[in-house]
Design a protein. Sequence first.
Length: 374
Amino acid sequence: MTAARLQRLHDAGQSLWLDYIDRTMLGNGDLARRIREDALTGMTSNPTIFEKALGEGNAYDAQLAGAPADLTPWERFELVETTDVRNACDVFRPVYDATKGADGYVSIEVSPGAASDANATVEEAHRLWTTVNRPNVMIKVPGNAEGVVACQRLIADGINVNVTLLFAVEAHERIIDAYIAGLEERAKAGKGIDRVASVASFFVSRVDTEIDKRLDAKIASDAANAERYRALKGRAAIANAKLAYALFQRKFSGARWEALAAKGARVQRPLWASTSTKNPAYRDVMYVEQLIGPDTVNTLPPATLDAFRDHGEVARTVDKDVDGAKRTIAELAAVGISLEEVTAKLLRDGIASFQKSFDGLIANLEKKAVAGAR
């Protein structure tokens, strides 16, 4: 009965990807079991996830000990990272084959240090693509201005792309345009576009975390309007994501898109990221339940996946009450909270957070190398 909830979610048009990876689950059959029992069809990784995986237990010690001594810490990380992602791709390969390339992807992220340089992002993406060497790997690039350029170039090159750290609907639109332009460029060159895949990772709960903090400050300083502010808490993130989905529906329709679809092109699916509930006062599966619909992906950390399996409710919600979502954003602006300012801050914070995790895991690998030498 509990596993059936996840199957119903999948049947509603939403792919379930696990927002987690570690070597233990790849080797002990746990990932394969989740694919069988939980309707799991993909996986995402990032520097924060790998920092945690490398810091727990000794699953990576043997490979690191056997690595060439002259590898830099960065190269050591890339060695274990690409090994895990390659193995995960192999576990998901039956899903990829059964869906004819519509699903079964595993994401690997370019290093945060390349985020401000489109050329460096493209170069690193190509290296990761070649190193993993699996058709169902997806290369993650940031959703900033440089990421827009990189996305178009990589799609034109036939590389699957997961555009991450999208917070603003306007940024989402730029990425969709880059994806479509990349497909058009590839098709014009006479190359196939039917096996090129992409998702746009639109972050959810972090928007509420930042806006709720600002609303709390207003509640504390303006008692006369406290109820007005309080009524807006926990509503911005879902509203913002629903507007992103409405944009997705508009952009992937009409003559321009239909010309590509006729050649086998796939839509760039919205992927709901950051869907764990940060505020314990909110329902623990609210960012899953309120964004269910066709052609979407939800990447879930293990605890959120388990919670939905236990008590999640399935209904098509992602395009319900879009006018209400617009009113929520307008009301926030009316009380002095700029969504544009918030999303710009979240993008900066997101890149900085991944850089901090990346620096942490590199430092940890340096320590392991020193200890091994001793």
